[in-house]
Design a protein. Structure first.
Length: 225
């Protein structure tokens, strides 16, 4: 594991602890959460990973309605840092990343929570940036039709990338616990159909999102891999 990945994993753990220690706080200090994550090496701007993982952890803690507040915070900061001509080109990918994070987290925290979070996000964007909302509503699904063999291949590739030397052990454990059905569903549907789509949130970020959800939800063995 690289030092950057270790630092990010530690940041994700700290994020989970902060959110878990303040369950009744009406408003979150998103700037403190953002400060947990190092800036991107390529640019002086904060890494988008902080709000991707914040999204996942909020869903894990049943705080889906705060996704709208997260968007408002992001939109305000981007608009303050950018000219009117350029802020939308940064807002659009931010909205798509949050949306994708909700979708990918749904397999770990529950589909109803993802629906609630996406509804909160959509409502907030419609209120703050109606024109942006119209663009997003015209997006087409990223999950194009794939053959069973293609789903299986890309699902196994991502699963192996995440679990690495533990892959065989994890697959054997799932096989033994479910008669093979859990493995089939995980590789073909969860990983092959959903999680392996990497145009908005890449493989590394997806693996960290999984870790953050499992950690926040108290699923220690799954977080360890």
């Amino acid at each position: 594991m690289s030092s950057d990945t270790t630092t990010t994993t530690t940041s994700a753990s700290s994020l989970s602890k902060i959110l878990n220690s303040t369950p009744n706080r009406p408003h979150l200090d998103f700037s403190s959460l953002q400060a947990l994550f190092p800036h991107s090496q390529a640019t002086p701007e904060p890494s988008p990973l902080w709000y991707v993982l914040t999204t996942a952890v909020l869903l894990s803690f049943h705080k889906e309605k705060l996704i709208g507040e997260l968007w408002t915070y992001l939109a305000t900061n981007i608009e303050n840092d950018e000219s009117q001509d350029h802020h939308q080109e940064h807002l659009l990918p931010a909205a798509r990343r949050i949306r994708e994070a909700c979708l990918k987290a749904s397999t770990l925290v529950g589909f109803p929570r993802a629906i609630n979070a996406l509804t909160s996000l959509n409502s907030s964007i419609s209120h703050t940036h109606p024109s942006l909302s119209m663009i997003l509503s015209s997006d087409q699904s990223l999950r194009s039709s794939l053959s069973t063999s293609e789903k299986s291949a890309r699902g196994m590739a991502l699963f192996t990338q995440i679990y690495q030397q533990h892959t065989s052990r994890v697959l054997d454990a799932m096989d033994a616990a479910s008669g093979g059905d859990l493995t089939h569903f995980a590789i073909n549907c969860i990983y092959g159909e959903l999680l392996s789509e990497d145009r908005v949130i890449g493989a590394l970020e997806t693996g960290l999102l999984e870790f953050a959800c499992c950690l926040a939800d108290g699923c220690g063995p799954q977080a360890k891999g």
